[in-house]
Write a protein that binds this ligand. Structure first.
Ligand SMILES: [Fe+2]
Ligand SMILES: [Fe+2]
Length: 460
């Protein structure tokens, strides 16, 4: 095994060990114990709310006690995120144990499931009074989750979040249903999810990685479509979302070419969607500059405690997603970071950004190939070339039938490496515009005369 791989493994092992070290085990125990107190206290209040009038003095003392536990948890963990999954309760990803005969989890799940709520996240401590108000509100509430969220916000509980219902998979149930969405449909869904997560980072909140995971899964599924259209400049999405989605899409393709399974591809996509969260973090009220956005991103991710391997991988990918492959042989960036670094640069080179180089997809691939072994992991560059082909999506082409087109597919088979699907481009006045017509060069009737370096209309 090469030194690089051994070094990378050592580094990962070191991180994992540190995460599982004595201090963190002690922390896990602390979370479990306080989690139990918190759940027990909350449930006690909920039960009371069923029997007592909201103004009953009996609420006062226990509400103050629950608020106190909550304050301690937030003080130590930054956020208190309770999740109910059937009969189990988790506090910040750590399972809360309680006496089985009490069945606290089931009662909690059932109570909140009535509003389609599967947990509570407190981003800030609240007073005993507010705790009483909140529980009384839950106790008398009839309705669904969206209305509940709206009404809570109106009451001033903007730092309390209520995620949807979680459940375990049934035996034989596949982990995720395949949705036959096009990339464009996934991009539309991603817009709001990515913006929301960015806002959470800006507000110093715990980011909703579950929504990123959903986008990532759908992105992996959508890769099965032949037609790949990267985000265009004039799409309705923000530049930031377009960037995140393009990077995630190319990163998923590279991961697939490297032989990773669909779950690993989705893990890579989540990393690609969240590695730039650091830009949302504030430094003394100002936006974080490029130089520090990677470490700021880790600061945002680390709010989520817990030692899950994918969490560690996400942080490693974020911290190194702009690091050169060979700059520091002792600290080779993690594989995910190496994949994202390539996908990230490919998007940056081929997307218009004022004041930055903007080159055609074929030029970008040539330029990046020259950096294999120094700036980029050579295997990752090879996987990227295998994905994008001779004429990557977005490449303007002159065709043998006298027309012009733009490539809209990744490599579908080794034989079609230089024969993509092409969307025909028409001329309207002095503008080149995409038409609805696509042709498959793999059928052999039409060939590429040459790729054009101009950027013109590149995406259908
Ligand atoms: Fe980026
Ligand atoms: Fe970045």
């Amino acid at each position: 095994m090469s030194d690089d791989i051994l070094n990378a493994q050592d580094r990962l092992e070191e991180m994992m060990n540190r995460a599982q070290s004595g201090e963190d085990r002690e922390m896990a125990r602390w979370v479990r114990e306080n989690g139990e107190q918190l759940v027990r206290g909350l449930l006690g209040l909920i039960r009371m709310s069923k029997f007592h009038h909201p103004d009953n003095k009996a609420f006062e003392k226990p509400s103050v006690a629950v608020a106190k536990v909550l304050a301690e948890v937030i003080n130590r963990l930054g956020t208190a995120m309770l999740v109910f999954v059937e009969d189990q309760v988790y506090l910040n990803d750590i399972r809360v144990r309680y006496e089985a005969r009490l069945d606290l989890g089931r009662e909690m799940s059932e109570f909140f499931a009535a509003f389609h709520v599967g947990g509570i996240t407190f981003h800030q401590a609240i007073s005993g009074n507010e705790m009483a108000q909140l529980v009384k509100y839950f106790g008398s509430y009839v309705g669904n989750r969206p209305t509940l969220l709206k009404e809570l916000a109106e009451l001033g509980f903007t730092h309390v979040e209520l995620p949807g219902v979680h459940r375990f998979l049934k035996p034989g149930e596949v982990q995720r249903e395949k949705k036959d969405a096009t990339i464009r449909e996934v991009q539309a869904v991603a817009q709001s999810a990515v913006s929301r997560v960015m806002l959470q980072a800006t507000q110093d909140r715990l980011v909703d990685l579950l929504s990123m995971r959903k986008v990532a899964n759908r992105l992996v599924d959508a890769q099965d479509n032949d037609m790949i259209e990267l985000e265009t400049q004039d799409s309705a999405n923000s530049t930031f979302t377009s960037h995140c989605m393009n990077v995630a899409q190319v990163a998923v393709g590279i991961a697939r070419n490297l032989g990773m399974d669909e779950n690993q591809q989705a893990d890579v996509a989540v990393c690609a969607l969240t590695d730039d969260l650091g830009y949302g973090m504030r430094e003394d009220g100002y936006a974080t500059p490029f130089e520090r956005h990677s470490s700021a991103g880790v600061r945002s991710l680390i709010k989520r405690r817990g030692f899950h391997e994918s969490h560690i991988r996400r942080m490693l990918a974020t911290v190194d997603h702009h690091a050169s492959f060979a700059e520091d042989r002792a600290q080779t960036p993690s594989l995910f970071a190496r994949i994202i670094h390539a996908a990230e640069d490919y998007d940056n080179l081929t997307r218009f950004r004022s004041g930055a180089p903007h080159i055609s997809p074929t030029q970008a691939v040539t330029k990046m190939s020259a950096g294999a072994n120094t700036e980029y992991d050579p295997l990752v560059v090879q996987a990227m070339v295998n994905l994008l082909g001779k004429y990557p999506p977005g490449t303007p082409l002159q065709l043998s039938d006298g027309r012009f087109g733009s490539s809209v597919s990744y490599v579908r088979t080794p034989e079609s490496f230089a024969k993509p699907l092409v969307r025909i481009i028409g001329i309207q006045g002095d503008r080149a515009v995409p038409t609805d017509e696509t042709i498959d060069l793999a059928l052999g009737k039409v060939q590429v005369v040459r790729p054009l370096d101009s950027m013109g209309v590149v995406y259908g």
